[in-house]
Design a protein. Sequence first.
Length: 572
Amino acid sequence: MSAVDVAQALWLLLAALGLSVSVSYTGLPVLGQSAYIAVGGYSVGLLGPGGMGLPLGIAAAAAVLMAAVLGYVTALSFSRLDDSYLALATWALAWLAEGVVLAYPAVFGGPEGLTRPVPARLVSHTLGVEIVLTTNVNLVIAALLCILGLAALVRIDKGAVGLDLTALRESAPLAASLGVPVEARRRTALAVTAALGAASGVGSTVLLGVISPSDISPLLSLQLFVAVLIGGARWWGPVLGATILLALPPVADELASAADVSPEHVRGLLTAALLIGVLLLRGPVRRLIRSLRLIAPSRRRPYLGIAEERSRPAHERVELSAADLSVSYSGVQALDDVTIVLRGGEVHALVGPNGSGKSTLLGVLAGDLGRTEIHINGTPHRARRVRDRLLAGVVRTPQRTVILSSLTPAMQVAVGARGGSRLRLAALRQLLATPRSAIEAQRVRAVVAAALRDTGLERVATTDPARLTVGERQMLQVARAIATGASVFLFDETAAGMTGAERERLREVLRRLAASGAAVLIVEHDMRFVGAVANHVYVLDAGRIIATGPPERVRTEPLVREVYLGLDTDLN
């Protein structure tokens, strides 16, 4: 390979590194990287020397900034879509970029593209410096940027922000419930993806002196997407994928020559075949490798350290109240004029038949269902998203057990420990290793150690999550919630599947949380467990509270006995 080919390959790798931030690390199926490459390449051609005449450095910076803003706006507009719709939306963006370039030949040069002076020069009159960007200089710059990009991925992957991204990728709803700023992470990821894509376009245009529609075709987006999928969520993934991608053109040219067809058509077919192969084989291959124990869940620093006492003076006890809650779905009244008060220092139980509205009520209290108003210590609170409610001190565990298979239990608890904080620019602090990031890491280790100790999960802290028992998985959900530092806990059928000993441990954990001043609400079907742990019981039926009070009083209510006809209603 010539120096030009190597430099071009490195710029392609930079685009793949950027795309991996969104696809591999954040779980966003972005198929529009060629559009951001186009923004970079055409912008530097139009703004820089040979165009509007801006200095090359300023033109390049403007191109990258414009692409980053476009990526941010794309995420703002589309990141809440389902994966399939997000893929289609970004794929359409790639086609739109090509269409715009071809539709305005007077601006973008038509099929032949834009040309600019070669070799380019970086000039600073202030510093009295002029650098001629020969092929070798371009190659060095591309290599340095790729090394910096890889180093940043390694640092993010091995640090606390990497835990957030893993949780987001595997289960966005769970990540949100643990306080991960899901939308902010997605917007930042797509902005970084776009910025590195634009930098790739700038570098390639400066290297070759030309950018044309063939350089930013939607096929390039698909090829980069496949390259990133091949590599997977590891820092070396884009390198492996880009290497395979670079092998496509010569193979396609040979096949095209033998079959006497267009090389572009063969490249498209090979890309599609690779994509189908990756999608079909990735799961089975990963399961095979895992069964052979050649890979295991990430074993980054387990976040164990000095335990932190979780105590709350009586005068700081929390109170959550919600009055006249009504929710309906397609004409069905899920909640009908429900009023509930959760006091710190007490364990409350919410019981009722299946379909009575228990999970809906928990969703309202946790901020899952719109901006329903609740009061926390007398102050009204409306949540635009789940994280708002968590930062106000309310956390909910999912009804169905959700385990992050790529993270050890200790690391999953660490996601919750970080999610309850309000730290901003966490990724930048981690990259720069600021003192505040070190202090935060120490705090997280202490919180995780305390949560694991309190729930009895210390011995499985670094175990493969797939090997946890049902009871341990349920207790892990409790530990993650405790680590958030919330003061109101909403546990949805947490005792389900636990053994007698595990239920007794859970009872101790719940009582200890209440004793610290927290308010605890459990949804439970096991009436004996409710009688053993709860101070106060709410009975819900057809969306209405039909009885409330201490367990010993509620069990004697005639209406409760009627609702639970034929069931065990012994709450003692």
